[in-house]
Design a protein around this ligand. Structure first.
Ligand SMILES: Nc1ncnc2c1ncn2[C@@H]1O[C@H](COP(=O)(O)OP(=O)(O)OP(=O)(O)O)[C@@H](O)[C@H]1O
Ligand SMILES: [Mg+2]
Length: 270
């Protein structure tokens, strides 16, 4: 069974899609067969890959009964990484898509067919706590919460953590908080550092890896590629996602996802 990680935040523009894409790539580069699913009706992943609305067949087409799941899963140039894009969607049909995503068992059925051959599924969600996000939380094993290190960010994370607890208690007892990931951190900005310090003090699940604010992200966005594909010497920012991938694997193992297995035999040094 693949492990599913939903990337969720109440606030918009905090780096969910950036984290989803670059983390999925880093996990695939580490040899994990990874599927990245775009659950955002606005098609965040497609836009990050410079694909306009409606260019990629995907989830919306599957839910509308127009293509099979197999036809919608798109292999990428990175071995081991595939996408399930949002799919072709007329903006006037967004409500229908959201209702279909929310219908009991519907998303689970599509994902079960799509991700059977993968080790990990990452689910990018739209901002907010609406139907697509709830649907993602219902089918996920883990939830990763990006925290943009800006004033007031902690308040929205606290609200989301309440919703995660609620979904765990009512709909999905498997759901575990993988961690809160500081994003767009700027060590030269006092408010950014203050949010980090508050997060470390107030929350128990803050990951050690921090994603810094850097111009390379805009460059990659503009080029429509993940950071690691920008060319030239690997940037330190891209390497952050290797660190994040490793931390995610270690945290999943600690929380009980042992089947990903990096267990080493005990040895003696002398
Ligand atoms: N660490 C970073 N440093 C600088 N810019 C960043 C960083 N992470 C993301 N960005 C930029 O911030 C913008 C928003 O990022 P992204 O689309 O990943 O956020 P999101 O949470 O998915 O947004 P939405 O809620 O609209 O789906 C993008 O232009 C992206 O290139
Ligand atoms: Mg997004």
């Amino acid at each position: 069974m693949p492990r599913r990680i939903a990337i969720v935040s109440q606030k918009g523009g905090v780096g969910k899609t950036t984290v989803s894409l670059n983390l999925a790539l880093a996990l695939a580069e580490r040899g994990r067969r990874t599927l990245l699913v775009d659950l955002d009706p606005q098609g965040g992943v497609g836009h990050s890959l410079a694909k306009g609305d409606g260019e990629l067949i995907g989830l919306a087409d599957v839910l509308a009964g127009q293509v099979s799941v197999e036809q919608a899963v798109l292999p990428t140039h990175e071995p081991g990484l595939s996408l399930l894009p949002r799919g072709r969607l007329d903006p006037v049909d967004v409500c229908e898509l959201e209702l279909m995503l929310h219908a009991p068992g519907r998303l689970e059925a599509v994902l079960a067919e799509a991700d059977g051959g993968f080790d990990l599924t990452l689910i990018d969600t739209p901002s907010g706590l609406g139907m697509p996000t709830r649907a993602a939380l219902r089918v996920a094993d883990y939830v990763l919460v990006p925290l943009q290190t800006e004033r007031l960010a902690l308040r929205s994370v606290a609200q989301l953590l309440r919703v995660i607890e609620h979904v765990k208690a009512t709909d999905n007892p498997r759901l575990e908080l993988l961690g809160v990931l500081a994003t767009m951190a700027d060590k030269t900005s006092e408010p950014s550092v203050a949010v980090l310090v508050d997060a470390w003090n107030d929350l128990t699940a803050v990951l050690d890896t921090i994603v810094p604010r850097h111009g390379a992200f805009a460059q990659a966005s503009e080029a429509g590629i993940p950071l690691g594909f920008l060319g030239g010497a690997p940037s330190p920012e891209a390497r952050r996602f290797d660190m994040l991938a490793e931390e995610v694997e270690v945290t999943m193992a600690r929380l009980g996802g042992k089947e990903l297995g990096h267990d080493r035999p005990r040895r003696s040094l002398l």
